[in-house]
Design a protein around this ligand. Structure first.
Ligand SMILES: Cc1cc2nc3c(=O)[nH]c(=O)nc-3n(C[C@H](O)[C@H](O)[C@H](O)COP(=O)(O)OP(=O)(O)OC[C@H]3O[C@@H](n4cnc5c(N)ncnc54)[C@H](O)[C@@H]3O)c2cc1C
Length: 458
């Protein structure tokens, strides 16, 4: 047991501090393949005051603090380093206020994303960010990663719904940033600095989220293609026609086959790609938009276009995309999910490039993703015990990131940098931006106790 564990037990009590090796093993990894670590202990605060006390203690003793929500991250952000305290916010899971006059909800950081979705729905409202992990991920984790989801094209990402937040700084001081005002330009928008900071600048304890009126209706369409670039052309043509669907998701051939094998939806196994399209809003508008989207898809070369007629059919078609990751993950011992992102106009080039790289390196790569956002998830189906294959995976990934950057894209559209992609950050954002980020880190966390070694090395 590390010497500071008894001091944490004095703050939280025996039952909210874990330090036995078998417990630490469970908190040693997240959703990222082939990465793990071991902390000294895992602490479960239930109030902001407790978080503040732990951070003050850590600051005084220069102990690293790794914040953690549900550990579903896909870039290794919550993987602990030796000698660290994992600060797991999962027990801070209270919904504090639903304000229907201002259309906001105030929650603790450990509240599960789906809880907010369901709460909003019951009040006739919508909380749009919907990461595929929403049944498990926490709001704190979503804010720390600035998570996206399937509705990003029309509704944006987590950042667009954060109106305020309570943060415990590296000193242990508690600050509140933002408010319920729709407009506020008093000072710098400091909440935006913490959104997407991956636990490296402060610990988010409460979040004030914006809700929007629930769309009255939704129409779901599924188009199949014998050519991948025809699917990409459909996306560009729909947007050029000034239609912004809430969802434009695609699956490639390998993914279609894995999903069908897993979920038995009736997907065509010979299709090169499928496109899931959804439009929401006023029933008259969406009926017209759906008809135009069907027409555009057919013009761009869709082999079939199916329009869901009932809620059951909608669920069935949507589940094709929602089960993509789980379906691929069944195929091999190790699943490495990437999220290279390019401007929409470059999608077809990027998808073709990924397929070429997979062939050249003799790897199995299923690609799916948020096609309307240019956010692709090339997913490597591999085995981390096969060192030679893992070496090829690394080379292939580097080529994919380099090409995404060359096309004006980014190494990550929604999963963050964490440990997994920090080696590529300078190439993605440039040395001057990286230095600016480091200066901010040095200012807010001078002793570098908050999630050190994530995103960059100081
Ligand atoms: C099946 C699956 C599907 C997914 N689909 C999507 C998707 O569609 N879109 C998407 O964007 N991501 C997706 N993800 C990735 C992941 O779910 C998100 O990044 C999510 O926001 C992480 O939430 P979490 O609570 O699990 O955070 P964790 O994994 O525990 O932590 C993630 C990062 O946030 C930091 N952190 C956590 N809580 C706090 C806090 N309270 N204060 C400060 N820092 C904190 C951690 O230190 C870490 O750096 C998916 C993951 C899986 C496994």
């Amino acid at each position: 047991m590390d010497k500071f564990v008894p001091d944490l037990i004095a703050i939280l009590g025996q039952e909210r501090v874990l330090f036995e090796p078998e417990h630490l093993a469970v908190y040693g990894f997240d959703g990222t393949a082939a990465l793990s670590g071991t902390a000294s202990c895992v602490a479960f605060p239930i109030t902001t005051e407790e978080v503040s006390k732990i951070v003050k203690y850590a600051a005084a003793h220069k102990v690293p603090v790794v914040s953690r929500g549900s550990g579903t991250g896909l870039s290794g952000g919550s993987i602990p380093q030796a000698g660290s305290i994992v600060l797991c916010l999962a027990k801070m899971d209270k919904v504090l206020e639903l304000d229907e006059k201002n259309l906001t909800v105030l929650v603790e950081a450990g509240v599960i994303t789906l809880t907010v979705t369901e709460l909003a729905d019951a009040a006739g409202l919508l909380y749009p960010p919907d990461p595929g992990s929403g049944k498990i991920s926490t709001i704190g984790g979503n804010v720390a990663e600035n998570s996206g989801g399937l509705r990003g094209l029309k509704y944006g990402v987590t950042r667009d719904y954060v109106m305020g937040m309570e943060v415990v700084l590296a000193s242990g001081e508690v600050v509140w940033l933002g408010n319920k005002c729709v407009k506020d330009v008093a000072g710098y928008s400091m909440k935006d600095v913490f959104i997407g900071s991956e636990g490296t600048l402060g610990i988010i304890t409460r979040v004030l989220l914006k809700l929007v009126p629930k769309p009255q209706a939704k129409k779901t369409l599924l188009a199949t293609y014998s050519r991948m670039d025809a699917a990409a052309e459909t996306v560009s043509a729909i947007i050029a026609a000034k239609i912004i669907p809430c969802t434009l998701e695609f699956l490639d051939k390998i993914t279609i086959q894995c999903v069908e094998d897993f979920a038995h939806i009736g997907l065509p196994l010979d299709a090169e790609a499928i496109l899931l399209m959804e439009t929401d809003g006023h029933p008259a508008v969406i009926a017209e938009e759906a008809a135009r989207m069907e027409e555009i898809a057919r013009k761009c070369g869709a082999v079939t276009v199916q329009v869901a007629q009932t809620a059951n059919e909608t669920d069935k078609l949507s589940s094709a995309r929602r089960s993509a990751f789980s379906a691929l993950a069944r195929i091999s011992p190790t699943t490495i999910l990437e999220d290279a992102t390019v401007p929409r106009s470059e999608l077809a080039k990027m998808v073709n490039f990924i397929q070429g790289v997979a062939q050249r390196y003799n790897l199995r790569v299923g690609t799916f993703g948020h096609m309307g956002d240019g956010n692709l998830h090339p997913t490597f189906l591999t085995d981390e015990r096969n060192k030679e294959e893992m070496h090829r995976v690394e080379q292939a990934m580097k080529e994919i990131f380099d090409f995404a950057i060359q096309l004006g894209g980014t190494i990550t559209g929604e999963h963050g940098v964490g440990l997994a992609k920090k080696g590529f950050l300078a190439a993605s954002i440039g040395n001057a931006s990286l230095e600016l980020i480091k200066q901010l880190k040095r200012t807010l966390d001078p002793d570098c106790i908050l999630n050190p070694g994530k995103i960059f090395d100081l």
